[in-house]
Design a protein. Structure first.
Length: 418
């Protein structure tokens, strides 16, 4: 599974780098900014149209894959959530297309794109829910096929539309990609899907509403709110400085997300299971030291190399985006601290500390949002990346405190029981 995941990520990364190069050359900083807005907005639509139930579907399919009655209750609840989510999201998009076009892109010329997305929302939502079934059944080979094939088709479509219609074509290609993803998933996985989802027996009832709403909250905080903050920061940069600077920041975050993605599989495959099995403060500290000694030096060396060769990285991926160079020192330092924090914060997931998870996510986004709005007045585009460093330092201290408070509370609770 690890090898398969690494192979898919590596292939996607290589293709993505070449696509970013084409985009940089053909649409420039302003185009990169618009594409960043659309990608974040699509993620936001995924959360609103499904009610953020992806992780809930994954969890309960995994638990009840041999219990058809419970599965049917869960899928009926998911059906109600997505039906309401699709209706509300599509109507909002269609009737507020002019406002959203102006907010996202600074012009009303992309109203057509928002109305197109209103039609595509059902595909976005259905694909996301069905993908939750794939994950819940642990069909990793199917997931790898779906992910890679749909990504390759989306990349081909993007390149064709980009060369023929420039930025408008690129945006349309990104908007319609969820349809390709849905069709690929159905082609590869529909036979298995029918075994677990009895479509004819779905009812407009919500017996699993309470259980799925917990995942809705976490999805809204970790995915929806993050996308909104990034959209608003990009809009702020465009309005206060220039759209070109907005594109520079978007390009910097793209590079950051690509080297940070390799940590995700480590967290899900090793850190969470390991932390879940540790119940003492001493055991946790020993494991934390082991992870830090193994993980941080590797990422530290990698990030140092990215910084040393930053001008070559810019030249290879984003030629002419020279204004990005001063941002690397802030971004890389912040990401290194963020990595250390992420290791700690996965204790919240391992021990199901939902309140701490929600609190730290909201605090992190609030710190970034308000720091960026303040620092941009003094340091311009660098101020936004400096804000990322400020929130990373604060969050490391906050998460450190909350994690070790958990063990102290556990210790006091055990003493009182004795």
């Amino acid at each position: 599974m690890t090898s398969l995941n690494a192979a898919v990520i590596s292939i996607r990364l290589v293709i993505s780098l070449f696509i970013q190069r084409f985009l940089a050359e053909l649409v420039g900083e302003e185009g990169i900014s618009k594409i960043g807005q659309l990608r974040n907005f699509t993620v936001l639509l995924t959360a609103t149209s499904t009610g953020g139930i992806f992780n809930g579907v994954t969890k309960y399919v995994s638990e009840f894959k041999n219990d058809q009655e419970q599965l049917q209750k869960m899928f009926s609840t998911a059906f109600v959530f997505t039906t309401i989510g699709i209706a509300v999201t599509s109507l909002m998009l269609f009737y507020h297309a002019t406002f959203l076009s102006h907010y996202l892109f600074g012009t009303e010329n992309f109203e057509y794109l928002l109305k197109l997305l209103a039609v595509i929302v059902p595909f976005i939502a259905t694909y996301r829910v069905f993908n939750g079934v794939v994950h819940g059944l642990s069909k990793y080979k199917n997931f790898a096929k779906i992910d890679l094939i749909s990504y390759l088709l989306g990349a081909v479509l993007l390149i064709i539309f980009l060369f023929n219609y420039n930025i408008n074509g690129a945006l349309i290609a990104i908007a319609v990609t969820p349809i390709l993803q849905f069709l690929v998933l159905c082609y590869i996985f529909f036979k298995t899907l029918k075994e677990y989802v009895r479509f004819s027996k779905l009812s407009f009832k919500i017996p699993y509403a309470k259980e799925l709403l917990a995942f809705t909250l976490m999805s809204f905080v970790s995915t929806g709110l993050l996308s909104f903050v990034e959209i608003d920061i990009r809009t702020m940069i465009r309005n206060r400085i220039t759209e070109a600077d907005s594109g520079i920041w978007t390009a910097m975050t793209f590079i950051s997300k690509n080297y940070m993605v390799f940590s995700a599989s480590i967290f899900s495959l090793y850190v969470i299971p390991k932390f879940a099995s540790i119940h003492t403060k001493k055991g946790f500290i020993l494991e934390l030291k082991t992870i830090y000694k193994t993980l941080l030096p590797l990422f530290g060396i990698g990030m140092l190399l990215v910084y040393v060769f930053r001008d070559y990285v810019i030249l290879f991926i984003y030629p002419d985006f020279t204004a990005m160079s001063p941002l690397f020192k802030w971004q890389l330092t912040a990401d290194f601290i963020k990595l250390a924090t992420l290791v700690l914060s996965h204790q919240f997931i391992a021990k199901k500390m939902v309140r701490n998870f929600v609190f730290t996510e909201i605090l992190s986004l609030a710190l970034f949002y308000f720091s960026a709005r303040y620092l941009i007045n003094f340091y311009g585009i660098e101020g936004v990346v400096m804000a990322h460093l400020v929130r990373s330092i604060v969050m490391l201290l906050v998460v450190f405190y909350l994690v070790f408070r958990y063990f102290n509370i556990q210790k006091l609770s055990q003493r009182s029981e004795r």
